[in-house]
Design a protein around this ligand. Sequence first.
Ligand code: ADP
Length: 256
Amino acid sequence: MTVTGGIGRSWAAGTSRAAVELREVTREYGAGDGRVLALRGVSVGFPAASWTAVMGPSGSGKSTLLHCAAGLEKVNGGQVLLAGQDITRAPDSVLTAMRRRTVGFVFQSFNLIGSLTAEQNVALPLKLAGVKVSGEEVRAVLAGVGLEDRLRHRPRELSGGQQQRVAIARAMITRPAVLFADEPTGALDSTSARTVLRLLRGMVGSVGQSIIMVTHDPVAAAHADAVVFLSDGRIVDRLTRPSAREVAERLARLEG
Ligand code: ADP
């Protein structure tokens, strides 16, 4: 399966510029006895046109890292650069605009709107942003995820894997600089998961998409170009193009 020109973008391809960079980022929750340090001085770069998986034991800070990197959560200390822009102290209006145009999100639970067709779900982000969207563009993006024959289907008429592909098309319609994926295959059977992972791989290869994916599945992580490991709010390792077995072994040592 390939991603067609409908979601093509050339500027990011082949560059080594970081899609997202965190510098000495700290994030804490609560206060007093209930204070939790979720990120303890995290410095990490996520290269553009590359796919990075984020792994670590439960509670190690993966979701917090994803949310801070995407500008969904403010940091307490350090700096976050998203698509070359320092968003650390950006006003909410700038962050809202970036969320609409610069980043795309895919979640474990798809988060599609049940009453809307695949086409309408995909068109929604642009409509919400007040941008005119052509039917042709929507169809091209859905064809890019292999769903050109499911345009008028509603989510309940689609399999889990197909729903996730609609969600990916919806995330890609705005041509985001960075696609953030939170356990994108967590709710899928292994065959559908493989289709989705191949699709993501194709997006990195064909249009130079930058992807940051949180997962606890070593097989999913092994599809990425690199895997960073978090433990207790710190980056403790980075593996380049590891096998699923290498990922599983590294994770087991952190969880052990
Ligand atoms: P992971 O995604 O690796 O499971 P999280 O980033 O969700 O880890 O959480 C890291 C730590 O921060 C955990 O100890 C968690 O309990 C805490 N935490 C996360 N979000 C909140 C919150 N909104 N309020 C209080 N503590 C939180």
